[in-house]
Ligand binder design. Structure first.
Ligand code: FAD
Length: 465
């Protein structure tokens, strides 16, 4: 709904992917929106072409939310994506690759350049007249006697010691996993926050394009080199290269002291990736790129008692990246909040209060699922039992999709069915998993009985001779 009449002022803190979409969504509803961002305007940054290209997977929940905000915006974003129809599993010898498709009917997730996505969102904000104030560092929030939030910022461009203070009707905190807004808001209310580091670090690498700018491995797959305790993944970029990420526990990183240790490690465990990246680039990346840590943040409630502040995206729920849902889920936050504003007749405060209840189970569910999926990506994808169950899951999903009975594999529900809430998807998957276990057990029993029958038949033949 586009009301276009509201004079209410909204501040969005943090112009990351989620903050930008939130600002666009509020503007479309007619609010007077200002977006504050710590960093400089990316379009003004010099030597952008030298920046590492970092990509991520956008799937149906993210696309749906962008379409909800603006169909044309979603089209613009999707112009530069690369479809990934499945996982490509690279074995330890470096000689074999196996495709495991994601969708039952050709559905796919999409690789997109993070900075391209950010640029398109910022350009859209410019076009629709949202005021974006870069180099504005959010410092604190306090509340007037009438309950209205007053935000304090430092203008980093002028280095003015006088802080900027401004009152708003409503504030959205979308300043990422280490959210200062969340921290400051938490001081004014009872908000539970749990932050947990995962014993898994990551290092970004790059598989270069071939001599003619061509892809050296299939661009339409998410490549995985699963090695149980650690793994390598790669997603294609439009220029023929791949952004690759090496995930490993701290102990593995600690054992790799020098760049040469790292290139030898890659040569031993990921021989085909070693050929693709090359010793020199591996060592250079090890030297130059940071080893980053992974953490999970969960908070509750997401709003303050007055209903005039809310946290969304990573500020409210930072998850590990193994289901490729962090941003998709943050975009979904925006859609859910907007739908609640509509459902509450445009009363933003009522909507915010309803938001925490509406969202808690789903956010808890996806954070847990993201954590569990590391095991699936790094180990289970190579196990015979898992592959057998996956085949049956796929078969049932493909052929049992009538009006009265529908089988939906978990991956399909999370990545391709934005209409199935995360928590509902887990409930359905648990029920289906019990059936899959029964099928697996009966298949194993049938094989054992068949083998035993054959064996006793052979014994009988031998002894009766
Ligand atoms: P951020 O992107 O962190 O943006 C926060 C913004 O707030 C930043 O611009 C920051 O500069 C600004 N800010 C911070 N502090 C202040 C302040 N004091 N004042 C003003 N501004 C401030 N998600 C997916 O959906 N698919 C994927 O494939 C995927 N892959 C991932 C791979 C890796 C390795 C990682 C680490 C994450 C991945 N994610 C993925 C998750 C995704 O990156 C995040 O969920 C998403 O970026 C969150 O967006 P956000 O806008 O909430 O936060």
């Amino acid at each position: 709904t586009n009301r276009g009449e509201s004079e209410q002022t909204i501040a969005v803190v943090g112009a990351g992917l989620v903050g930008c979409l939130a600002a666009a969504a509020f503007k479309k509803k007619g609010y007077n929106v200002t977006l504050f961002e710590l960093r400089d305007d990316p379009s003004k940054e010099a030597k952008r072409e030298n920046l590492r290209s970092i990509n991520l997977a956008v799937s149906d929940r993210g696309i749906d939310a962008m379409k909800y905000v603006d169909e044309k915006l979603a089209d613009e974003v999707m112009k530069k994506t690369i479809p990934m129809k499945g996982r490509m599993i690279h074995d330890a010898s470096g000689l074999k690759q196996e495709s495991q498709v994601y969708g039952l009917f050709g559905e796919h997730i999409n690789s997109i350049d993070r900075s391209y996505l950010n640029d398109v969102l910022l350009e859209h904000l410019k076009n629709i007249g949202v005021e974006v104030l870069f180099k504005h560092k959010f410092l604190g929030v306090h509340f007037k006697h009438n309950g209205k939030p007053i935000l304090t910022f430092r203008d980093l461009a002028t280095q003015n010691e006088n802080h900027l203070q401004k009152e708003y009707d409503f504030v959205v905190g979308s300043d990422g996993a280490y959210s200062r807004f969340r921290y400051q808001l938490q001081k004014t209310m009872k908000m539970n926050v749990a932050q947990e580091y995962i014993d898994m670090n990551y290092l970004e690498l790059r598989i270069p394009a071939g001599p003619q700018g061509q892809f050296m491995i299939d661009p339409n797959h998410l490549h995985i080199w699963p090695r149980h305790k650690f793994m390598l993944i790669a997603l294609a970029n439009k220029d023929g290269s791949f952004t690759s990420t090496f995930f490993a526990p701290s102990a593995v990183f600690a054992s790799l002291k020098a760049p040469q240790d790292f290139s030898s490690f890659v040569q031993k465990h990921f021989p085909d990736a070693y050929q693709l990246i090359g010793k020199k680039d591996l060592e250079q990346s090890f030297d130059a790129n940071p080893v980053c840590s992974l953490m999970q943040v969960r908070s509750y409630p997401y709003h303050n008692p007055q209903g005039n502040c809310v946290i969304i995206g990573d500020a409210a729920h930072s998850m590990v990246p193994f289901y490729g849902q962090g941003m998709n889920c943050g975009f979904e936050d925006v859609r859910v909040l907007m739908e609640l504003i509509d459902a509450n007749g445009g009363d933003i405060y009522k909507a915010t209060k309803a938001y925490s209840d509406a969202r808690k189970d789903d956010l808890d569910a996806i954070c847990k699922l993201a954590l569990d999926n590391y095991h699936e990506m790094s180990s289970k994808v190579t196990s015979v039992g898992y592959l057998f169950k996956k085949r049956i899951d796929y078969f049932l999903g493909k052929y049992c999709n009538g009006r009265f009975f529908q089988w939906l594999p978990l991956y399909t529900m999370i990545s391709f069915r934005a209409d199935v809430p995360y928590s509902r998807a887990i409930q359905i998957a648990k029920r289906q998993d019990r059936i899959l276990n029964l099928i697996q057990l009966s298949s194993v029993s049938a094989v054992v009985i068949f083998a035993a029958a054959k064996w006793s038949h052979a014994i009988h033949k031998l002894t009766s001779k």
